[in-house]
Design a protein around this ligand. Structure first.
Ligand code: SAH
Length: 220
């Protein structure tokens, strides 16, 4: 990302971002690619001003419409799993929300496609991403269960809301060798999965228990 773009957006938070990164390291995040990206991405512009003083705490934050911006640890963990083999070419994100995870991904991939079902969240996210000078992003208002077939195949898919079951339609949009990170389950219990597409099917690995908002059907 162009550092100049960030200069105007509160270098005061540079120190606090450094503190966040050292906490993430203590929590087990090791990818320097991911830590560096989080270090240079201002999280405070992705929440309402009244909450911006909490933006560098390792906690989830409300973004309106009963939705949340994920805890930095989980953003880092999911991103680390997605870019385990290095930066990616084409990534699909399901659940743009605030746009923070989109901003992180856009610095680690050639192109990011992100879908969101709530139009006003998508509009706000688009403004923020523009402000950061990130232009390798395509946003769309649609039901993420469908993925983005016209732009497939993807070498990475990140789902940031939980479907009840592993989403086969999204697995179908992965390139061979591509990875998908997806939380699956209901309100009470969810598991984060890493799905790797192979020439003959897919490999599925359980990562850890998580808590996400549900992947809802249809548009708002
Ligand atoms: N990645 C986001 C996390 C937002 S929470 C961030 O960094 O802020 C999950 C988001 O998924 C919410 O914005 C919610 O509206 C969206 N969502 C839920 N179901 C969806 C669906 N079927 N299709 C697209 N987006 C969906």
């Amino acid at each position: 990302m162009n550092e100049l773009m960030l200069n105007g957006i509160g270098m005061t938070s540079k120190r606090t971002r450094e503190r966040l990164v050292s906490r993430l390291q203590k929590e087990g995040i090791t990818s320097s690619l991911v830590l560096d990206t989080i270090q240079q991405t201002p999280r405070h512009i992705f929440v309402d001003e009244a909450l911006s003083h909490r933006a560098y705490e390792d906690t989830a934050l409300p973004i309106g419409f009963s939705q949340t911006l994920s805890q930095p640890y989980i953003v880092a963990r999911m991103t680390e799993l997605l870019v385990a083999d290095g930066a990616l070419k084409r990534v699909l994100e399901v659940g743009t929300g605030s746009g923070y995870q989109t901003a992180v991904l856009a610095q680690l991939a050639d192109e990011v496609f992100s879908v969101e079902r709530i139009r006003s969240l998508q509009k706000k996210a688009a403004k923020r991403l523009n402000l950061l000078g990130l232009h390798n992003i395509c946003l769309k208002v649609s039901d993420g269960h469908m993925g983005w077939e016209q732009q497939a195949p993807f070498d990475g898919i990140m789902v940031t809301a939980a479907p009840a079951q592993l989403p086969q339609l999204l697995i179908d949009q992965l390139a061979v060798g591509g990875r998908m990170i997806v939380p699956v389950g209901n309100y009470e219990e969810q598991m984060l999965y890493l799905v790797t597409k192979t020439a003959t099917g897919e490999q599925i690995r359980e990562i850890e228990k998580v808590r996400f908002v549900p992947l809802l059907a249809g548009l708002d």
